[in-house]
Design a protein around this ligand. Structure first.
Ligand code: ARG
Ligand code: ZN
Length: 859
């Protein structure tokens, strides 16, 4: 039976658990868990105690140390009938980590035991009130064979010793009360990197990073990143680490990126390991960002946690915002902002347009794991960023201080966060708070009339939010819109009404009007600087207006965005008629635009990126995939042909110097590789691709060459050489799998089937599955959407197999199939047919059921 949980149904817990004493006796298929709980009835009632449990074998139960039998057991848990108000419960269970392929609860990753408890995995370890508002102090004894030398859990080690039969134990105590989802246990044989960090109040913290044997050299960057994150949180938010030891363990089998368990983070090794030869600049960036994200959770998530899972964005939106600010400080604000906006436009807008549309604080959930979404995380971070914009850095900091002061040690709600922010500002945030409950992507548009008689430009800025799958009617939101008004020479104008304050206008009604006096007829409004709100913009500008923004706009994000709009318009025109001529002046304009930015490789590199197919999908309806792909390819080809001279000139003059991972080198490599991908579309540049591949001394350039080679005849040859070189390194091969899977070639399905037999491939490893099958479904648009239905069917067949093993990963990969709304009827019909196959499958997981059934019900 499928149970829908509703936010409105929240009830405070009937009991509290104040202490947890766990003993975990590790065994691959029969791990014994003894849990001793101190429990207190809350208030005056005689309800039974209901504990969650999933895939557990109950061995015995004691209440106040006596055998106890007045309980009922179900698939979902254990109900204890007692009238005691304060009691001790001792529960003995047995679990099977080896056969836990869903990677939730306790499982084996390679030879190491590890746990993943968020959101509801602790119930797969022992019976418990597995909800985030039960905060308890944990003492954990891990017992294991001596061939597992490292036995870890949360907090500080307080005892250890040998047990007679070749076993040993370590006892850990975590003094900070925490919810069960932050529990962690790791046992294995790792290489250890150690360091220390002295906090701002002078406390020395031991830092320990555990990686697979032999991978020590790949761990230094992560450890250095951790120290930078610890320092940054002190400097920017005054937040200091609170235990004597901080541990990070990298494992190969992991459903998500990483997990912020108190004092013992568990990471997907992809977000820990990084060195020059095998990691790209993006990998280094992601390692630093995820390390920081999990560290920042120590305050925003752990010390102040969520009352219930509907409040997930309370910790995730806030922590993503914090890691974004950190990364911007460590690298550069512009390229970071562009990254965020790409995620919003490619993925979050698509989610909001689909049956899975939900507010950043969802109202209804079947499987919580389905709500670790781009909406909760990334749109959630955009909402936090708007607080930051409205309150300013000092106001935001005051609000954060107040939030921590009020709620340290508590499990709270998004409303509590808003209230803390409210205490730090005169602005009334009650209307703004609608961002928490209203889903969908608002669209703002600007109309512009010039009255030559009066010399007045009249502007009307309006907003509308289209209905979404979950909400039929929408209200106007409170939207901070950054705006500049410039003329052809870049002079700035202000409005006569004074609605624009410091470049910001608040759009909090369906529309508002303002006027500007100017002698020139040509005024260009520049909207949504720095992407000041997560909305779509319709600013009806011609090419010359877009080029004015590129040339004279103050905000670099707007300058980049103007070019994106320009490209997107051209591709649209080609979509309507693929033989439509593009005005020759466009190429000369682009050439001078490119030349003018030669000294700014960061902006230039980003401006040379053509919007992806996925981004273009969000700009139109009723899409014929083959046609959109052809239009985009045609534009890219023309772009390369028309601009090859200037691009090649810049390419040859970019000096990337000796390899280093630092900002200027990253920018130079990025720009070079973006240009190489353009040039590679022209046969005469094939040798440049090969030569970069041959001479690269770092993964960024190797992979840049391989990606560019996709458009050349040498692709297969270079891929084969790459495989020979990297066959021992699964994380590197993930890149190789993904490159294969995104090839738009006719026999791609046969290739993927063949690759799934590769010695390094494993259906049980989420990274491998995402690289091969996920990349195909998400990014091989042409073949995934083939009109014979073969791509949809292939992914569906695969999901049917995967769902029985790892439903969480299956439910991620099904996403592109559920997002049929943007495509034309032919595509839609084929996609829905495969969704129906999934829905009819006996024993479908609730993860897939939730997404598939919603998708089919939406029209
Ligand atoms: N809290 C983790 C993070 O944001 C993500 C854990 C998600 N786990 C899951 N099973 N959905 O870093
Ligand atoms: Zn997080």
């Amino acid at each position: 039976s499928v149970h829908v949980k509703k936010r409105a149904d929240y009830q405070p817990p009937a009991f509290l658990i104040s202490t947890v004493n766990l003993t975990v006796n590790l065994h691959p298929t029969a791990t014994r868990v003894v849990s001793v709980l101190t429990i207190n009835r809350q208030g005056d009632h005689n309800k039974p105690l209901v504990l969650d449990g999933d895939k557990l074998t109950l061995k015995s139960l004691l209440l106040n140390k006596n055998d106890f039998s007045d309980f009922t057991l179900s698939d979902e848990g254990l109900t204890i009938n007692t009238d005691e108000d304060t009691f001790e419960l001792e529960i003995h269970t047995e679990i099977d980590p080896k056969n836990n392929k869903a990677l939730e609860g306790l499982y084996l990753s390679g030879g190491a035991y590890c746990t993943q408890c968020e959101a509801e995995g602790f119930r797969r370890i022992t019976y418990f009130m597995d909800r985030p508002d039960i905060l308890a102090v944990y003492t954990v004894t891990v017992v294991g064979d001596t061939d597992l030398p490292m036995l870890l859990s949360n907090g500080n080690p307080v005892d250890k010793g040998q047990i007679d039969d070749g076993k040993h134990f370590v006892t850990w105590h975590d003094p900070h009360p925490k919810p069960s989802y932050l529990f962690a246990l790791v046992a294995g044989d790792f290489d250890l990197l150690s360091d220390t960090y002295t906090t701002m109040s002078g406390k020395e913290v031991a830092l320990e990073l555990y990686v697979d044997k032999g991978k020590k050299a790949q761990g230094h960057f992560a450890l250095a990143s951790l120290k930078r994150a610890m320092k940054w949180d002190e400097d920017v938010f005054g937040l200091e680490y609170d235990l004597d030891i901080y541990m990070i363990v990298a494992v190969d089998f992991f459903n998500m990126g990483a997990m912020e368990n108190k004092g013992l983070n568990v990471f997907n090794s992809k977000f820990v390991l990084a060195e020059q030869a095998s990691a790209t600049d993006d990998d280094f960036f992601n390692v630093e960002s995820v390390i920081a994200h999990e560290y920042f959770h120590n305050w925003t998530g752990n010390r102040v946690t969520c009352r219930d899972w509907f409040q997930l964005s309370l910790k995730e939106g806030l922590t993503v915002f914090r890691d974004q600010q950190f990364s911007a400080d460590m690298t550069s604000p512009l390229s970071n902002r562009i990254k965020h906006v790409r995620v919003m436009r490619e993925h979050q807008f698509a989610e909001d347009a689909s049956a899975m549309s939900h507010p950043i604080r969802p109202d209804e959930v079947i499987e919580m794991n389905n709500f670790y979404t781009v909406t909760v995380y990334d749109k959630g971070a955009e909402v936090i960023r708007m607080f930051h914009t409205l309150l300013g850095p000092e106001g935001f900091r005051r609000g954060m201080d107040e939030y921590i002061k009020r709620h340290d040690g508590q499990a709270v709600t998004c409303d509590d966060f808003v209230a803390a922010m409210q205490s730090a500002t005169e602005i009334d945030l009650s209307h703004f708070a609608l961002w928490y409950s209203q889903s969908g992507t608002p669209e703002i548009s600007l109309s512009h009339q010039f009255n030559a008689q009066t010399g007045k430009h009249n502007f009307t800025l309006s907003q509308t939010t289209p209905a979404t799958a979950d909400q039929a009617t929408k209200q106007p939101l409170y939207i901070p819109v950054a705006i500049e008004i410039i003329d052809e020479d870049g002079n700035q104008y202000v409005d006569e009404q004074g609605l624009i304050n410091n470049g910001l206008i608040i759009l909090d009604t369906p529309s508002l009007s303002f006027s500007v006096s100017a002698t020139t007829e040509k005024l260009t409004p520049v909207l949504l600087g720095n992407f000041s709100a997560p909305v779509k913009v319709d600013n009806p500008l011609e090419t010359d207006g877009l080029l004015t923004i590129f040339t004279h706009g103050k905000d670099p994000f707007n300058r980049w965005d103007a070019m994106q709009t320009l490209y997107s318009r051209c591709i649209s025109a080609l979509y309507d008629d693929v033989t439509a001529p593009i005005e020759a002046s466009l190429w000369t304009d682009l050439e001078s635009a490119i030349k003018s930015e030669q000294g700014n490789l960061e902006l230039l590199g980003e401006c040379l990126v053509i919007p992806t197919f996925e981004t273009l999908c969000q700009t139109r309806k009723d899409i014929d995939v083959a046609r959109l792909v052809a239009a985009r390819n045609q534009f890219c080809l023309l772009f390369a042909q028309q601009l090859s001279k200037v691009l090649n000139h810049i390419f040859l003059h970019i000096d990337t110097g000796d390899y280093a991972y630092n900002q200027s080198a990253v920018i130079a490599r990025r720009c070079k590789n973006v240009i190489l991908a353009h040039l590679a579309r022209l046969p005469e540049f094939e040798h440049v691709v090969v030569s970069q591949f041959d001479n690269a001394d770092n993964m960024t350039d190797s992979l840049g060459a391989l990606k560019a080679a996709q458009y050349t005849r040498v692709f297969e040859t270079l891929m084969a050489r790459f495989e020979t070189q990297w066959c021992h390194d699964a994380l590197v091969l993930d890149k190789w799998f993904a490159l294969h899977a995104t090839q738009p070639k006719d026999d791609i399905l046969a290739t993927i089937t063949m690759l799934s037999e590769h010695p390094q491939f494993s259906l049980g490893n989420p990274n491998r599955v995402r690289s091969l099958v996920g990349s195909f479904a998400f990014y091989n648009s042409e073949k995934f959407h083939a009109l014979d239905g073969s791509g949809y069917k292939f992914v569906t067949d695969y999901l049917l197999k995967l769902d029985g093993i790892n439903p969480q990963v299956a439910a991620r990969i099904v996403t592109p199939l559920t997002q049929w709304q943007g495509f034309n009827a032919d595509h839609q019909q084929l996609m829905k047919a495969q969704l129906a196959r999934l829905l009819n499958h006996k024993g479908l997981s609730k993860d897939l059921f939730e997404k598939v059934s919603k998708s089919l019900a939406y029209d």
